[in-house]
Design a protein around this ligand. Sequence first.
Ligand code: FPP
Length: 230
Amino acid sequence: MLKELSIPRHVAIIMDGNGRWAKQKNLPRQAGHNAGAKAVERVINAAQKYGVEFLTFYAFSTENWSRPKEEIDGLMKLLEQTLDKYAKNAEKNNVRLLVSGRKEPLPPSILDKIARVTQATAQKTGLTVNLALNYGSRAELLDAFSKLISQGITHPTEADVQRCLYQPALPDPDLLIRTSGEERLSNFLLWQCAYTEFYFTPTLWPDFSEEDFKKALEDFSRRTRRFGSI
Ligand code: FPP
């Protein structure tokens, strides 16, 4: 049945609700993040199955540094392990990994893993997974404006701004999914989501299944996209 659906080329995901999932189960918040990492794997597999070309995950925002140190350390460790795993599995997977965000103040161990995995998967031709890590959309736009100024461009076109984004070659997301019942963008892909369809679900991210992903695709398929036209 999904064969007849119009599949979004690029799906962006705000993975929300890890903390609440853990709290409901009387577990530490880190257990929620660990379960969230498993949901990431499920969605990567589902995206490959349904023919999505690009997946962007909001893994750590520029605002997340205000969380307790213990939680930040746990998240950084989990992200490092995930990057490591992708680097090691690079040979058997056809997934290209990109990482988007400011380098400062990410720990050198993570920066090293990012360099390794992006290099190891650069030539892959299957799904592209873009991890937004220390990412903030306002920071991305400010970085783009600084680049434009340094290039002497005082009256930029949309194409000039696009060229200066962290991932200029990625198409805009067709579909954005946010879990856990929150319905806001939280400084994610503000420029890129100008015409994106939004899908909100009460499901907490660690519970997000292949079936939930399929439901989001089916919902997307029923939308009429007009891009400002009639
Ligand atoms: C939001 O839940 C989630 C995050 C801030 C981190 C997202 C990270 C992961 C899912 C871990 C692994 C990621 C990858 C790419 C391997 P929250 O903690 O804000 O939940 P709450 O709103 O219920 O407290």
